[in-house]
Design a protein around this ligand. Structure first.
Ligand code: ARG
Length: 573
């Protein structure tokens, strides 16, 4: 079965009828607008405004005329998908028939519903999370982690072989400052990554006051890059201390990586690339000794690629990361997910690579996202104004647990598992609901509520669907009986179902999962109304069979949609 079949076919049918009407009535050979999913009236609609300017007529009048013409056809009941046409405010609105709704439900029962094959035989690298070493992960990292994971899941659903990459950063000034702090305060054994953060904050305050310390930081950077044994040993300790809690966070989030790479491994290659840029006349050494790439003529700021002491920068290492990634994987798509503040950095780096003759630069995509604020600072963080990711997740899980206790009879262990699924799922949904570019003010308590626009609400509707199917006997193979009628509540659900394949595809085209979140909320609302109005288990015969199919199809769509966001559905809630 072709994916997205019902919707695409219905649109094609409507456009064909419209084209013949427009030709007949106005002598215009091709449609100047497309049939779209309706925002307000009917299921599909055709805007008459472009046509109005071509035909030099009033759009309302055109819509009326076309509608009359089409109803002469549709009135005969001969068409496959539309059953009624109406004109409202310059639009021709189409109402779809039972055949359309039956087909939509059938398609939504397919186990690959919403999937695609564009990526078959191709690779995609998605780099995300990429925290800095020597510090705990904070809420800022959650957006990269969750968004990156959703992008990876979306690409996988289109058939790509996806390599999820975590680029762990330890080679820069941040870690060098931390090493300086550890030396200065004569720190012996280190307890955990939070203690490292304390030292980091402390030394930063000192560096701000005393410029001479900056020099010492640079000296440490040199040692790091020269492979000084004692320095490397310290780096190793920091790795060990930081990676453990990172992994715990990833496990809680259910996020995995195919590769974990360290930026320090890109230093030497980075230096070679910097020299290549110099030889190719793209970069030159400035008075103060820095090697600078000149990019201003391309409308972007110049970029320092080597310090005067010869050490590399973030930019230098990204040059070599790009080369290495495309050499190793040769991906059709390579995505890096970071805060929007790094947009210019990647523009600069990839402009340089383009100037250096790399042919892969148009396969790269930077996905940026806005900042995160916490509403009312409710999550009491243990560290000033830093909110640890760990605390955010634990609070969400606890809050979910408080909500399900007493709702269902469950054992302690069961509550724990379910609270984790709901808590973490709601955090993911809460962040992914917001379009990438927007800043987020996050309220963790609201996020796990079972009511309103939350992930828990979507999960809850899937659990309801599961309950119905269980009560109905479970093993019935769902399908829609021939020639059944759909009432309004049923139609709302089946129409929503037919929109899913397009919504799912768009996630991996524009890397914006928020439209999928919106969609899942709308589908859940439609299903909720159906649930209130249409008895399923108590109904009989063909009615029961059709409704069970609607329930099973909705469950399939919700589970599929949530899985693209990295969210699962609990057994009960
Ligand atoms: N560690 C960096 C940060 O926290 C993000 C790394 C992004 N990836 C890259 N290839 N530069 O800002």
């Amino acid at each position: 079965m072709k994916k997205g079949f019902a919707l695409a076919q219905a649109i094609e049918e409507c456009e064909k009828q419209l084209a013949s009407a427009v030709k007949k009535l106005y002598g215009i050979a091709s449609l100047p607008a497309k049939v779209e999913v309706s925002k307000q009236f009917g299921d599909l609609s055709f805007p008459c405004f472009p046509l109005a300017s071509q035909a030099k007529k009033n759009p309302n009048e055109i819509a009326e005329k076309i509608t009359q013409y089409l109803n002469a056809f549709y009135g005969l009941g001969g068409k496959q998908y539309a059953e009624k046409v109406e004109a409202v405010g310059g639009y021709v609105n189409f109402f779809l028939n039972d055949g359309y709704h039956a087909q939509s439900v059938e398609e939504a029962l397919d186990k690959d519903f919403g999937g695609g094959e564009e990526g078959k035989g191709k690779k995609a690298v998605v780099e995300f999370s990429s925290p800095n070493m020597g510090k705990p992960m904070h809420v800022g990292h959650i957006r990269s982690t969750i968004l990156g994971d959703a992008i990876a899941l979306g690409l996988r659903k289109r058939g790509y072989k996806v390599i999820r990459s975590n680029y762990l950063c330890e080679a820069g000034t941040q870690v060098a400052k931390l090493l300086l702090g550890l030396k200065k305060y004569k720190v012996g054994a280190i307890k955990d990554e939070k203690q490292l953060l304390d030292y980091y904050i402390k030394i930063n305050a000192e560096i701000d006051k005393d410029e001479k310390l900056e020099k010492q930081v640079h000296a440490i950077l040199e040692k790091m890059e020269d492979g000084d044994a004692a320095t490397l040993k310290q780096l190793k300790t920091i790795r060990k201390i930081t990676l453990k809690p990172f992994k715990e966070n990833y496990a809680k989030l259910g996020v995995r990586f195919e590769e974990e790479i360290f930026d320090s491994d890109f230093v030497n290659e980075g230096k070679k690339l910097a020299l290549e840029a110099k030889e190719k006349g793209i970069a030159r050494i400035e008075k103060d000794g820095e090697l600078v790439a000149f990019l201003e003529e391309y409308g972007i700021p110049n970029l320092v690629i080597l310090r005067s002491n010869g050490t590399t920068l973030y930019s230098t290492r990204d040059l070599s990361l790009a080369d290495s990634r495309f050499r190793i994987y040769n991906p059709a798509i390579s995505v890096i997910v970071t805060g929007s503040d790094q947009l210019m950095h990647f523009k600069q780096v990839y402009k340089m690579l383009e100037l250096m003759g790399r042919d892969y630069t148009n396969r790269f995509k930077h996905v940026g996202f806005g900042l995160i604020y916490l509403e009312g600072g409710k999550l009491s963080s243990r560290k000033g104004n830093v909110f640890f990711l760990e605390d955010l997740l634990d609070d969400a899980i606890e809050s979910a647990s408080a909500q399900i206790r007493g709702r269902e009879t469950m054992g302690k262990k069961e509550i724990k598992g379910i609270a984790q699924t709901i808590g973490v799922g709601s955090i993911k949904f809460g962040f992914l609901r917001v379009s990438n570019a927007k800043n987020i003010t996050f309220n963790p308590e609201k996020a796990v509520s079972f009511e309103g626009d939350t992930g828990a609400y979507v999960q809850y509707n899937a659990v309801r669907a599961k309950n119905i199917l269980r009560k109905a006997g479970g093993n019935t193979k769902a399908s829609v009986p021939k020639n059944t009628q759909f009432n309004d509540a049923e139609r709302k659900v089946s129409f929503m179902l037919s929109l899913y394949p397009d919504v799912a595809r768009r996630v991996s085209e524009n890397f914006e999962p928020h439209a999928l979140c919106d969609y899942l909320l709308k589908l859940s609302a439609a299903f909720s109304e159906f649930y209130e109005k249409c008895p399923v288990v108590q109904s009989e015969g063909a009615e029961r069979q059709k409704r069970l199919a609607i329930v099973a199809a909705t469950l399939n769509a919700i589970e599929s949609g949530l899985s693209l966001l990295g969210i699962t559905v609990p057994k009960k809630m």
